[in-house]
Design a binder for this molecule. Sequence first.
Ligand code: ATP
Ligand code: MG
Length: 258
Amino acid sequence: MALSYAVVNQKGGVGKTTTAVNLAACAALDGHKVLLVDADPQGNATSGCGVDRSVLDQCIYDLLTSTAIDPAQLFPEVVTPTSVENLSVVPATINLAGASIALVTAIARETKLQHALETAYERYDIIIVDTAPSLGLLTMNSLTAVQQIIIPIQCEYYALEGLTQLLEVIQLVQSQLNPSLRLNGVALTMYDARTNLAAEVEREVRENFPGRVYQTVIPRNVQLAEAPSYGLPAVLYDKHCAGSRAYWRLYEEVFPHE
Ligand code: ATP
Ligand code: MG
């Protein structure tokens, strides 16, 4: 049974996709069979691992809106190989933008992704879901489909804004839809060691989530931002840059060793 994680924060641009893509790549390079699920209509996780969205016939939208009795049957058609060995992606195209509307009237609308991934839980070692900057139905589906949550927090002003609401939604999902869901940890991202602000934010976040914040802090690092334009996770684009080294350390913290 796969270990499954969603990278969640409804705040935009905090490093969700960078974290999802690089942790997935680390796990794949470490020899695990990894599935990255792109649950964001922006499709950044899809393009960030080298998949050309414009040539795709089907995407996660088709899994979410399938009316088949067994939506998992569609999974093999939608899953796509990436530029990284052992790493496959359930891609997102712009079609996904319509999913929230299409899902509104669907029966069991929060469990669509979970059902669609039924066979994937058996076939992969690790599943990582990259979520959109929203707490809408797509993110509810993501939270229902996984066991654990990773929350990236950007070391900038208003870092903690919206977290109360996020934790409330997580509790709601725990009580109504997915009792086994738990917080794996909080990842501090885009840390600029030259600023007092970053250190202040770190202190504040560690105070708010005692024992739940990873030791590893992801630095602000230009290679992390450049890598997606080459269709590669940073850990492959530039193995030795500070950002890649940090993601390897984070990987060691997130995934238990056998
Ligand atoms: P969205 O909410 O829009 O999905 P996100 O939370 O997924 O955004 P990312 O796309 O991972 O955030 O990051 C936002 C931007 O910052 C991207 O351009 C990304 O390349 C860049 N970035 C992410 N992490 C870092 C970092 N540690 N150092 C420098 N740039 C970074
Ligand atoms: Mg993103």
